[in-house]
Design a protein. Sequence first.
Length: 666
Amino acid sequence: MLHRPSPGTIPDSPGSYQFKDHEGRVIYVGKAKSLRSRLSNYFQNPALLAPRTAQMVASASSVEWIQVRNDVEALMLEYSLIKQHKPRFNVRLRDDKSYPFLAVTVGDEWPRATVRRGGRDKTSRYFGPYAHAYAIRETLDSLTRIFPVRTCSDSKLANHRRLGRPCLLYHIEKCSGPCVGAVTAQHYEEMVRDLIGFLEGDTQSVISRLESEMAQCAAQLEFERAGRIRDRLAALRKAIEKQQMVTETADDLDCFAVVEDELEAAVQVFYVRRGRVVGRKGLIVDKVEDLSRPALVAQVLEQHYDAAPMGVPPLILVPDPPEDVETIVEWLELLRSSPDIVRGEPESGLLGRRGSADATSAEVEWWAADSSYRVERSVNPNARKGSAVEVRVPQRGDKKALMETVEKNADEEFRRHRLTRAADHNARARALTALQDHLGLPESPLRIECYDMSHLQGTDYVGSMVVMEDGLPRPSEYRRFKIKTVQGNDDFAAMGEVLTRRLSAYLAERAKPVEERRRKFSYPPQLLLVDGGKGQLGVAVEVLERLGLSAEIPVASLAKRFEEVYRPGSSEPIRIPRTSEALYLLQRIRDEAHRFAITYHRSSRGKRMTSSVLDGIAGLGPARKKRLISELGGPKALKAISKETLTGLTWLPDAVGEAVFERLHS
C-alpha cells in the first residue's frame, strides 16, 4: 500500500516525482511547480480521483521526488526519466509508421544525397519526413537533375575511383562525377549548399545565383555551359511549382493537429519552411493517463521537440493552448538557441546539457528522497538572444486554413490506424476472448449487437442497430428504426420499443421452419450492448425478461463518461483495463452505433423539413406536382381553389384532382 509522506518532508519547489510499484519499478513520472502541492492531490479519497489516476495510485507502493531550480529544468528532467524508465502510466508518442527522410551526408569528403529511415547521425542533414517512400525518391530524382550530387554508396564511390571511370549517372548528367575528378571540391561544395538551401525552402537565392552564373557564361561566350544552367533553371522552377505555398509570407513554422477519442489520439505535424510544406509526420498517442486537452497538447510538444527532425521554428501552431505554456515556450527557446543540447545517461546524473565552446559551467545538486545526483550544466547566458518562440492557436487567414488541412490529415490517419488495428485477426481474437473473461459471458461473443437512440428535442426519434461478427462490422446486418410509440424526449421508452421490435422479430423468425427463415433478425446476439448507463441496461433487462430471453442473450451497457461497463445484478461497473483490446472493441461498436443513428436522424429530419403536403398522392408525380404549383401556387393557394377547378384541368386526371382536394382539406 502506498505510504503518504509527511507534507513537511516534501519541498515546496519545482521538481519531478516518481511513483514506484512494490518491485521498485517506476510506473509514473510527473513534474510540478510545487512538489508539495502536486503530491498532496494524489493522497485523497480515491473516489474523487480520475479512474486512471486512481488505478495508478492503487498500483504504487512508494513515491520519490527530485528537486530542481526552475520549471524548465523540471520539464527536462521529467522527460529524461520517462525515456529512461518508460513508465506504464505515462503518455508516450509513437510513430504511426516508419517515415523516410532525405539525408545529405555533409560530414563526408564528397557529400551524397540518400533516403534513410530509423536513427539519425550528427554528421548528416535531414529533411522531411515524407509520407511515402516513392514521393521522396521522385523528389531525389528531380533534384539530382538540378544539383548533380552523388547518390551512390561509399563503397561504389571507391570502386569507380579504382576503375577510373564514372557510372551511368554521370553520363546522363545526374551526377557531377567526383569519383573521377570531373568536378572541383569548391564547385561540388556550392552544389551541396544549393541543394540544402533548396530543401530548406530558400529557393530565390539559388535561382538568383544560377541566373547570374548563366549570364556570366553567356557573356564569356560559353554557350554550352550557359545552356546547361538554363536547363537546370527550368527544372528548378518546375520543382518549385510543385511545392505549394501555404502561407502568404515566407514563414518558418510547425503546425500540429490532434484527433482523439477516450483511448488514443492521432497527431499530425506539417513542417513549413519559407512558406512551403517541406515535410510531415504522424504520431499515435496511447492515452494511458487522464489528460485534459491542454495537457495532451503540452505532452505532444514536449515529446516531439525532444528529438525534432526539423529543429524548433520561431512559430508553432497548435489546436489548443498547451498547459503551462510559459514553461514550454522557455524550454523551446532554449532548444532553439542550443540545438546541440543532449540528455545525459542515467549514470552521469540523469540529466546533462552540453553547450557551445564558450559556455560557462556550474554545478547543480539534484536530490531525491533516498539519493543525490550531481549534474554538470553548461549554459551560455547569451544563447537565447534572437531565439524567441511563439506558440499560438491560429484564428483566421492562411494559418487557420493550414490548421484545417492538417486536421483533415490527422483524422484520415486516425481512421486508417483504427481500421488497421481492427483488421488484425489476432487482435480481434484476443479482444473477443478478453471480453468474454471480463464480462463473464458463457461463450465468446462472435455476434455483438449495439443499440443507440438519436433525436432533436424529442423530434425525429430514431434508433440504430449495428452488428459486429467476429470482431468486424457487418453493414448488411445494420438496421434502422423510426420510433412510433414514444412522444417527447424519453430515451428509455424509445430503447424499449426498439429492443422489443427487434427481439419480437427474432422470436417470430425462430418459430418458422428453418427453410422459411430469412436472414433478417433470424440470429440472436451473443452480446446485446446498449449505449448508456444503468437506466438503459434496466430497460434492456426488462425487455429480455418480458420476452423470455433473459437466459439466452447476455446484455451489457457502456457508459460514455468513463468507459464503464455495467452488467445485470451488479451496481458497480466493470472497469476493463484501458489497454485491453476488449475495451477498444466495445468502444468501436458503440461509436459506430452512434454514427449510424445520427446519420439516420439527420436524413429523417432533412426529409421532413423539405416534405410537402402534396407528397404521396397517387398519380401526382414530380412533373405534375411541379406544374400544379407553378400554375396555381403553393399549398396555401391550392387550398382556396374549388374541387371543380382542380378536376377541370385538362392535363390532370379527375381522380387525381379529387385526391389533391381531399388531401388539402383533410
